[in-house]
Ligand binder design. Structure first.
Ligand code: UT7
Length: 325
């Protein structure tokens, strides 16, 4: 039976120029390079320049993905931007990106699922393609978390960075088997009872301010390892594959220890995990597409490879996807 699949035909990433090392943070905060590296795996992060907005990062990543796919902007039916740090409350960052890419047809909207935003956006895009509502979708994850950090809080400010990544999805007919190319399965979950463990203490309707990120790190860590292992198993079952079929795990980059623990739980060798956290830190919705772009463009991801993505973020929200490259 023929099934419409969403094939990844191009990837792109963009990082702001400014590199901020752990040592630079330690000049202003009671922290150290050795603590940050040992507890998180982070060595440096990029921080957006004054006047450089989430939409700027998103546009650059989008242009890179379009170029690598060989798709012209005006052939894009839908642009989805996953972000929790939009330029403005409205209009969406996606409509700004749409205009800046010169796209005058189709639709554009944002998705907000914090660090799981890219997986949620990928799942939504896949459903648009499966239901024949779109043929070509640009999915972008873009964030400027530096703008919502409390730079006096050492327990959160050392963890995040700014950046954007994008994938271009095109409809392709498959046979309906795990051998098809494209997105084979996605699984999404939320549990709003746990929203106070990771949140921003401001917002339009509550304080009329953007607020600052707050996190009970140890609790988030504990839940992340359990939930991510569960959802990875679930999505592999949905794709009719098992962990032994996975060529690459491309996880959300929140903490190197979480990456390692998730890989261990599914008995995946650590060499099969794409790691960018050392250089990017946690870029929230941008971390997976940035890692995909890096690994696709340096030749690690090859046609037919099975790529597993997973993420968890504030809400809590978590999800995973399986893509045959
Ligand atoms: O992307 C969304 C999902 N987010 C995550 O998945 C993040 C999950 N959480 C984590 O990655 C980890 O919990 C952290 C990296 C945030 C913290 O690591 P931890 O091993 O859980 O440390 P902790 O919070 O239990 O703190 C241990 C100690 C504390 O000191 P005391 O109370 O033991 O004296 C903290 O005050 O480390 C202290 N500490 C720091 N020390 C130096 C916390 N932050 C720092 C810091 N530098 N930056």
């Amino acid at each position: 039976m023929s099934v419409r699949r969403s094939r990844v035909v191009g990837c792109g990433g963009y990082l702001p120029q400014r590199v901020v090392t752990n040592d630079e943070l330690a000049e202003k905060l009671d922290t150290s390079d050795s603590w940050i590296v040992a507890r998180t795996g982070i060595r440096e992060r990029r921080i957006a320049a004054d006047g450089e907005y989430t939409s700027d990062l998103a546009r650059e990543a989008g242009v890179a993905a379009l170029e690598s796919a060989g798709v012209s902007a005006n052939d894009v039916d839908l642009i989805i931007v996953a972000t929790s740090t939009p330029d403005q409350t409205f209009p969406s960052t996606a409509t700004k990106v749409q205009a800046e890419l010169g796209v005058t047809r189709g639709a554009a909207f944002d998705i907000q699922a914090v660090c799981a935003g890219f997986v949620f956006a990928l799942s939504v895009a896949d459903n648009f393609i499966r239901t024949e509502s779109a043929d070509r979708i640009l999915v972008i994850g873009a964030e400027t978390f530096s703008r919502i950090l409390d730079w006096e809080d050492r327990s959160t400010s050392v963890l995040f960075g700014d950046g954007a990544g994008a994938v271009m999805l095109c409809a392709e007919n498959g046979a309906g088997t795990p051998k098809d190319h494209g997105i084979l399965a996605t699984c999404l979950h939320s549990d709003g009872r746990l929203r106070d463990l990771l949140y921003v203490d401001g917002g339009v309707s509550t304080t009329q301010t953007a607020g600052h990120l707050r996190m009970v790190g140890r609790e988030v860590f504990r839940h992340a390892v359990v939930r991510l292992s569960e959802v990875v198993g679930e999505v592999l079952r949905a794709a009719e594959l098992d962990a032994g079929d996975v060529d690459w795990l491309v996880p959300h980059q929140a903490n190197k220890r979480i990456l390692d623990a998730t890989a261990r739980r599914i008995q995946l060798p650590l060499e099969k995990v794409i790691v960018t956290i050392d250089r990017h830190a946690n870029t929230s919705a941008a971390s997976i597409p940035l890692a995909l772009a890096e690994a696709a463009n340096d030749g690690r991801l090859k046609p037919d490879h099975v790529v597993l993505v997973e993420a968890m973020g504030g809400g809590f929200v978590w999800g995973a996807g399986v893509i045959r490259w």
